[in-house]
Design a protein around this ligand. Structure first.
Ligand code: MD6
Ligand code: FE
Length: 217
């Protein structure tokens, strides 16, 4: 396993699957830095713990969330938004770890989006059965920067739709270490995660984590 954080070789995808203009799966792109990323993740959630937020409609989300970076994505009865402060701790979100920043910027560049400046990282934790219904990511101010999404732990089925909610969705299998990048013409495509199937991941057990990096502010 390569434990140097890009000290020797930059990460390279095992394969690249283009999902349409502006969207790509970089298979295995995060594998060479998985230990650094997982270690940093544990330290972030010690400071800002996972919690199941409530949607504006009053539903408790099945996905548990935390954030790091200057801005964190939150939802409550008043709506979806980004905030500088974690409402659970009343403190700023933990800093974005260097390992997180490096993998996000490298993946964006690899997918054709040089100069990505992530200021927000949403951390999602899925247990078997947890799901994320079809949505667009549109709480960010600037849609010219891409989104980078790192998946760890149990595999998931990513639902990838079009620009309209009614558009047909593709089902894409995402595994530990895969990085999804989308921006440009894909930036506002609908997407979601099908209910997580039970399983056992060698390092993470019955869990899937997803890190989504954005320039939110
Ligand atoms: C997840 N991801 O993979 C949820 N959004 O757990 C997202 O909602 C997402 O992966 C925008 C771009 C990439 C994503
Ligand atoms: Fe999303």
């Amino acid at each position: 396993m390569n434990t140097s954080l890009f000290g020797m070789e930059p990460p390279a995808p095992l394969s690249r699957d283009i999902l349409g203009a502006g969207a790509a799966v970089l298979a295995g792109f995060a594998l060479s830095v998985e230990d650094e990323v997982l270690c940093a993740l544990m330290s972030v959630v010690e400071q800002s713990p996972f919690r199941n937020m409530v949607t504006p409609g009053g539903f408790r989300m099945s996905v548990a969330m935390s954030n790091c970076g200057a801005l964190g994505w939150i939802t409550d009865r008043t709506g979806y938004r980004y905030d500088l402060i974690d409402p659970e701790t009343n403190c700023p979100w933990p800093n974005m770890p260097t390992a997180f920043q490096k993998i996000a910027v490298a993946a964006a560049e690899e997918a054709g989006f040089p100069g990505f400046v992530p200021d927000a990282c949403l951390i999602n934790r899925y247990e078997p059965g947890a799901r994320l219904s079809l949505h667009q990511d549109k709480n960010e101010r600037d849609f010219t920067q891409p989104i980078v999404s790192v998946s760890l732990g149990l595999p998931a089925t990513f639902l990838f739709g079009g620009l309209e909610r009614e558009d047909k969705t593709r089902r894409i299998q995402i595994v530990h270490g895969d990085v999804l990048v989308w921006g440009g013409p894909a930036r506002l495509r609908y997407h979601g995660i099908a209910p997580l199937r039970d399983g056992e991941h060698p390092q993470l057990g019955r869990i899937r984590y997803n890190l989504t990096f954005r320039n939110a502010g």
